[in-house]
Design a protein around this ligand. Structure first.
Ligand code: HEM
Length: 369
């Protein structure tokens, strides 16, 4: 790459360092690629930031998670180690609080990102694999949350996990086997923590990171989708800005905002630790999962009241499987603007899904004893 196109300031030492790396790594080619990439600008551009915001919170999870690993001990000493992190170790409370808040903000951002790509119809050809890999990431992020929830082994974590694991156990034929395998036996105990820990720090990252790379590679390959309303405009009226450095600067500004929100929440509302779980004690009132499982929790609870016994639970599982499949297959149904009728149906499915999740979640909280 000629020296004139080097992105570093004209300082001899920096120039020499850039040329050294460029000759060996071909950095100039990467820069040329980045210079070509543009991001569309229109009234819905704000939603393009949410994938990046989800990525930011995932990076925070990696950094704070590794710091927690320094003192966390899975197994019978789990509660004591989290107590020490929270009360004895300097800034332990802050790292733990940031990890827990950021986990919630990450799932929240992924939901915003998913619904915004849905309503922009960014799942249409050629971005179907972006949609499917994204759904995989959402599923893994929720399992990250579920497995992390148990790790402090306080009262709420213990009983919520116990109740949560009773759901897959209702699946016909394989349910009991799966339940016992995940728990490490019929009860939630130190074996379960060990398994959840392995899942949380080894298995899930090993699945999540390559899937995320694939997802980001697809974004790089296809660029950002333009919503149908903008697509109809003549080319002369469409606007876009270079990704580097213009959009990247805006992306980074969003990361800074996200960091501020996280810092405020983590420091003003430190993540709490309840009393140590006592497996022999009766479940305390108001046991509930994290907010992103509240919708399913409430649906199962209500179906269980309406159809006592296994029927309610199996019906619930059938609704979630059917709904999830429909959601995953939407790119095969709403294939393009030539099918106006299908496009409208897909949009209504999106509104319905959003409303159903919001209503059942609020209902779930309102119904807590
Ligand atoms: C940790 C989880 C995720 C991360 C870090 C992530 C990251 C990103 C990033 C950085 C972009 C490009 C910027 C943007 O359009 O926002 C993007 C685009 C995209 N994502 Fe995700 N994503 C995640 C989850 C999801 C989920 C759950 C879905 C949907 C089920 C999804 C579907 C898509 C699609 C279809 C695009 C292309 C959008 C377009 O072309 O405008 N992603 N993602």
């Amino acid at each position: 790459m000629p020296k004139s196109s080097s992105p570093v300031p004209d300082i001899p030492l920096l120039r020499t360092a850039w040329d050294y790396a460029d000759e060996r790594l071909g950095l100039g080619e990467v820069m040329a690629l980045a210079a070509k990439k543009t991001v569309p600008q229109h009234k819905h551009s704000f939603w393009y930031y949410w994938g990046g915001i989800s990525l930011f919170f995932f990076l925070v999870q990696c950094v704070t998670g590794v710091l927690l690993l320094v003192y966390y001990r899975p197994g019978p000493e789990a509660y004591e180690s989290v107590r020490a992190i929270t009360y004895d170790i300097e800034f332990g409370w802050l790292v733990r609080s940031a990890h827990s808040w950021s986990a919630n903000l990450m799932v929240f951002s992924i939901f915003v990102h998913m619904f915004s790509v849905f309503f922009m119809k960014a799942y249409r050809k050629p971005r179907e694999f972006g949609w499917w890999s994204g759904l995989g990431l959402l599923g893994l992020a929720m399992i990250f949350g579920f497995s992390g929830y148990l790790l402090p082994m306080d009262e709420l974590a213990f009983f919520a996990t116990k109740v949560g694991l009773e759901i897959p156990a209702t699946m016909p034929v394989v349910g009991e086997f799966i339940g016992n395998m995940v728990r490490g036996g019929p009860d939630v105990n130190a074996n379960t923590i060990q398994r959840f820990f392995a899942l949380h720090v080894v298995i899930l990252p090993a699945l999540f990171i390559p899937l995320l790379m694939f997802h980001l590679w697809l974004v790089q390959r296809h660029g950002n989708a333009v919503p149908p309303g903008e697509e109809k405009k003549p080319a002369s009226e469409r606007r876009s800005i270079p990704f580097f450095p213009n959009f990247m600067a805006k992306d980074l500004a969003m990361w800074l905002l996200a960091l501020n929100v996280l810092a405020l929440l983590a420091s003003l509302y430190p993540w709490q630790l309840g009393p140590e779980a006592d497996p022999l004690a009766p479940a305390p009132v108001g046991i509930h999962p994290e907010w992103y499982f509240m919708s399913q929790f409430q649906v199962l609870k209500v179906l269980g009241e309406w159809f006592p016994g296994l029927t309610g639970e199996i019906l619930g599982l059938a609704i979630f499987t059917g709904g999830g499949l429909l959601w995953a297959l939407i790119p095969l149904f709403d294939t393009g603007s030539r099918f106006e009728q299908r496009a409208r149906i897909a949009t209504w499915i999106g509104f319905f899904a959003l409303a159903a999740i919001a209503i059942t979640t609020i209902w779930g909280y309102a119904a807590l004893e």
